[in-house]
Ligand binder design. Structure first.
Ligand SMILES: Cc1ncc(COP(=O)(O)O)c(C=O)c1O
Length: 1009
């Protein structure tokens, strides 16, 4: 689907032969700094709001927290130079025939993935909070849930968690909650070390403790005899047991024994699976483990959708049972689910269900802080599974097994290299032991164009001098790559003298294998492209006009970003490849670290967190580690303003601030800012116990917290630390120096300010910047530049651990870096300036028609967003028409859909508020048209309030009955056909072309008929 735009302010480019599209066809793409408003628009808007200079927009912000000059980052690059630079960096990656797989398998990407990735209303829309305008996203997630249910047998599949490690942690906390036995967790030592590290990092400062289940050096499996040594006391506290189906040595664990052991000791079993290996001809599904099946499944599904992308975006699998016999867990699980629903006219449709458990509703009582998740990966994985179907997956598995067997046949003829665990069943991976120094072997292979595998010598205890290497096989290995590997092995190891050419059996014990077919249909490429194209038409995209969802910063997402992220040097790079071969991705990460230090004014940066909420958790855990290292053990309280986003509370609770008094709410004053007296009283009371404060700035009312700096210095004086929720950086980036403001940690949501597409709910991404005090504690790895100019990585000296199995959502770092290159030192502050100007202009246009909230702050200048409400008269009109006050705002939100727009954020943070954020991406004409639509909505409320009740009118479906969908949960169905769709009654692209008054007439006509 092309992008329809009518933006006037674009610069004609010579087209680059490297690009698969002509940017000149997309005016927003070629506008300077991706700002569509031209100089005249800007001057006119400024005049309208009565200001003379753009700097006046920020005059209420104390000058001592502002940057004196633009941040010290490079000048902007023009479009074609950006293309060239990114291409050259990507070329620094040395892609080789790879058998690495391991923590992040690499399977063939189906062509449907590229097709769906380009459907902008699917890739750029937000979380489907308005189901009537988001059926495209919802159906695509439904398909993912159903396909995964077919493969795994699990009835409730979450859509979706960040990655496998996060899913393991969420399953653990869920098991502890539902089991009510205690907080001890048994962890298999044969899980991936990177997953264990993340889980332990997340559990720090909580009540969870771990018992490690050791492995057996002879078999390479868990040491099953060890279970006999667990006494009754040990067993009575264990709530959950996490184990893999295929362990980190590629060996098949005895999942029956492990599941039965769990069930007989009232321990919830959490099985880590690989979904692709559960296809026909593959492994036994987790519902058939032991006599009753596993309780939870976790795993990674990134490889169902995309290539390694240097580690991410990933896609965490999380599933639980939901049938007559087992249904207690679902309401205690994290994240998002899509359920079947009906609209008010009985049409079948889909809606997000169970969202009352989520952080925005339950705040500190939420079961997890996950907000933006990996949604778009779920869309892609679902499409990919339907395109492959059960036969396609069977073929992929057959190819992988064939490749493995072919290499094993060669190995068996060679001296000096052999299977390390010949008596243990494996599937598509092998571990070899060699007399050769593994490092030398890997280097030698690399010079021959091969990444032959991973050194796994340290994954099993005992026989310390054992040298082990693991090779993973998949359907990317064709005859050519197999021959390459064979040749290398034959050149490196001598042939056995007395080659008995005995025929080896590669049989895998049937107890590990699937017995019945999956029942997953396949659809042709053409059928699927037509279907997903239709799905895209059911959504709207910020490409097509103002997407006013406040606090979500729905700005234009450049095509250039996606092109850069798709360059093979970035998308195919494996995070475990040798450092010399992954210089391209390391350079992007290094540059991103450096740029964000300058943009924020803070000296330390981690690029690891994968969403804003995870950034918050990183920040709070840094605070805890800092206090711990100062032997300051009594800081058990965190201050959060009551108006904060739900993730702030959920994050604090997740970090261990979950006792009844550990979160202290800060009150807002009449102007919507932190109440100074209340803050001082609470500080005085809790100063010796204060760990830190979390403040959103600009806050969720769109106001700059003018006392921020003073609050920060008082918190510091009390020994606490200051977290700034930077979700609203689009208002202040390049203008406010967070170092001067007194910030110790801040997250930047890349999917907001830094133009990463929202993907229908994710992947999000976050970069956390920190003050000097916290640098040594940063998580994951820091990328450093060596004297010779090359890049390497190092772990900070007191690191708090890791939040991701690899480098976070690397693909998104490429996108953000690509955007930054186009912005440069002038573009960053200009972006925020025009975002604020657009919001002030719109607010000024609408303020004669709608009151603004908070009601006492009419004269306080807004930043990038503002909150409208209805007048008492309007509420009364609606009430007379049968819409009670508490339902009025969400219902008015539905009228926006009739005008071809998405709705503003409804009823958050003010229950009676409509939060509007226009961003800097639109021309004055586009903003004017949006304003006319909002004014027309006012007219409709006054003249025809009954119309509001039946809104929306032109979406494919009427208002969805969410209550019923939640009461009668249907989370999967056998997919024997593509879900049937209702089409738009009037397409948003047509609505976009119509006069607002014409739309009003059509609404009224549609109600009459
Ligand atoms: C103010 C604020 N803080 C935190 C978050 C959480 O960020 P994420 O969705 O990336 O986890 C959001 C997301 O909507 C937000 O608006």
């Amino acid at each position: 689907m092309g992008i329809t735009q009518s933006v006037k302010n674009s610069v004609k480019l010579g087209s680059s032969t490297r690009l698969p599209y002509d940017p000149n066809e997309f005016p927003r793409e070629t506008s300077r700094h991706y700002i569509s408003a031209d100089d005249k628009d800007i001057a006119d808007m400024l005049k309208y709001i009565g200001l003379e200079d753009l700097d006046d927009l920020f005059s209420h912000i104390p000058s001592d927290v502002k940057f004196v000059t633009s941040p010290d980052i490079p000048d902007e690059l023009n479009y074609n130079d950006t293309v060239e630079k990114l291409f050259q960096i990507s070329q620094k990656t040395k892609l080789k025939t790879s058998f690495i797989g391991d923590t992040l398998p690499h399977w063939k990407k189906h062509p449907i993935v590229d097709f769906v990735s380009k459907l902008r209303p699917l890739s750029t829309s937000y979380t489907p909070y308005q189901p009537e305008r988001s059926q495209g996203t919802l159906v695509s997630h439904w398909i993912y849930q159903c396909a995964l249910s077919s493969l795994t047998g699990f009835e409730a599949i979450n859509t979706s968690l960040y990655d496998r490690s996060a899913a393991i942690y969420e399953a653990i906390t869920c098991a502890i909650r539902t089991n009510k036995k205690g907080s001890t967790v048994l962890l298999a030592e044969t899980l991936f070390k990177c997953d264990i590290e993340v889980v332990k990092t997340l559990a720090e400062e909580t009540s969870i403790n771990f018992i490690m289940f050791p492995s057996n050096s002879k078999t390479g499996l868990l040491d099953y005899d060890w279970l006999k040594h667990l006494d009754k006391d040990d067993l009575s506290n264990i709530s959950a047991f996490v184990f893999p189906q295929i362990n980190s040595l590629g060996l098949l664990e005895d999942v029956d024994t492990l599941t039965n052991f769990s069930a007989s000791n009232r321990i919830r079993s959490i099985a880590s699976i690989d979904p692709i290996l559960l296809g026909n001809g593959g492994l036994k599904p987790p519902t058939q483990f032991g006599s009753g099946g596993a309780d939870f499944i976790v795993g990674e599904a990134q490889h169902l959708a995309i290539e390694p992308n240097f580690g991410g975006p990933g896609l965490g699998i999380f599933g639980c049972r939901h049938n007559e016999n087992k249904n207690k867990d679902l309401r205690s699980t994290p994240g998002r689910y899509v359920g079947k629903a009906k609209d008010l006219n009985g049409r079948d449709c889909f809606v997000m269900v169970l969202s009352t458990r989520e952080q925005h509703i339950r705040k500190e009582k939420a079961t997890s802080n996950v907000c933006s998740n990996q949604a778009f990966l779920a869309t892609l994985a679902g499409a990919s599974l339907l395109a492959k179907g059960e036969n396609g997956i069977r073929n992929s598995i057959t190819d992988a097994l064939h490749a493995k067997q072919s290499i094993l046949s060669t190995i068996h003829k060679l001296e000096g290299i052999q299977e390390a665990f010949p008596e243990t069943d494996s599937f598509n991976e092998i571990v070899l032991k060699s007399d050769f120094d593994i490092d030398e072997l890997l280097k030698k292979a690399s010079t021959c164009g091969l990444h032959i595998g991973i050194d796994v010598s340290d994954r099993i205890k005992g026989e310390l001098d054992r040298k082990l290497i693991k090779l993973s096989f998949s359907d990317i290995h064709n005859a050519g790559s197999i021959d390459e590997l064979k040749r290398f092995l034959e050149d490196t190891f001598p042939k056995k003298k007395n080659d008995t050419t005995e025929i080896h059996s590669f049989e895998i014990s049937s107890k590990h294998l699937r017995k019945h077919d999956v029942d997953l249909p396949s659809f042709s490429y053409d059928e699927l492209t037509q279907y997903y194209q239709k799905l895209a038409e059911l959504n709207v995209s910020p490409d097509d006009g103002c997407y006013p969802l406040g606090s979500c910063t729905m700005k234009y997402n450049p095509l250039l970003n996606d092109w850069a992220a798709s360059l093979p040097g970035f998308s195919v790079a494996h995070p475990q490849a040798p450092e010399v071969d992954i210089q391209g991705p390391l350079e992007v990460l290094f540059e991103t670290q450096q740029w964000f230090k300058k943009i924020t004014g803070l000296p330390g940066v981690t690029t690891q967190p994968v969403a804003g909420a995870q950034g918050e958790l990183v920040g709070i855990k840094l605070f805890q580690a800092y206090h711990r290292s100062n032997k300051d053990f009594d800081r058990d309280i965190i201050f959060i303003p009551r108006s904060a986003h739900g993730t702030n509370f959920a994050t604090a609770a997740m970090a261990g601030f979950n006792k009844s008094d550990s979160i202290v709410f800060l009150l807002a004053d009449d102007n919507g800012m932190i109440d100074w007296d209340d803050f001082n009283t609470k500080l005085e009371k809790y100063k010796h116990r204060l760990c830190g404060v979390m403040i959103t700035n600009p806050n969720t009312s769109g106001l700059f917290e003018e006392q921020f700096q003073k609050i920060a210095s008082l918190v510091h004086a009390a020994g606490g630390l200051v977290y700034m929720d930077g979700a609203n950086m689009n208002a202040i980036a390049g203008k406010v120096d967070l170092g001067k403001l007194g910030v110790d940690a801040v997250h930047n949501n890349l999917h907001k300010t830094w133009t990463i597409p929202h993907g229908g709910g994710g992947p999000g991404d976050a970069i956390v910047a920190v003050s000097e005090k916290l640098i040594d504690f940063l998580p994951g790895q820091q990328v450093v530049q060596k004297l010779d100019g090359s890049y390497s990585s190092k772990t900070p000296s007191k690191s708090i651990g890791s939040f991701h199995r690899n480098w976070g959502n690397f693909g998104h770092k490429v996108r953000a870096y690509s955007y930054l290159l186009r912005l440069g030192n002038k573009g960053v502050p200009r972006m925020s300036t025009i975002a604020v100007l657009s919001a002030r202009y719109l607010q000024a246009k609408l303020s004669n028609y709608f009151p603004t909230l908070p009601s006492n702050s009419q004269s306080t200048p807004r930043m990038h967003e503002f909150i409208l409400t209805l007048s008492d008269e309007d509420f009364a009109q609606l009430e007379n028409a049968g819409i009670p006050k508490n339902k009025a705002i969400p219902q008015v939100g539905k009228l926006f859909l009739d005008f071809g727009f998405h709705a503003p954020t409804v009823a958050f943070p003010e229950v009676f508020g409509l939060m509007i954020e226009p961003t800097e991406s639109y021309t004055k004409t586009e903003l004017d048209r949006f304003a006319s639509a909002v004014i027309c909505i006012k007219e409709i409320i006054q003249e025809h309030p009954e119309v509001v009740k039946s809104a929306p009118h032109f979406t494919p479906i009427d208002r969805v009955d969410e209550v019923n969908a939640n009461r009668n949960l249907t989370l999967f169905e056998k997919l024997d056909h593509l879900p049937s769709l209702h089409l738009n009654r009037i397409n948003p692209s047509i609505l976009n072309q119509l006069d607002v008054s014409e739309i009003k007439s059509r609404i009224l006509e549609s109600v009459k008929s």
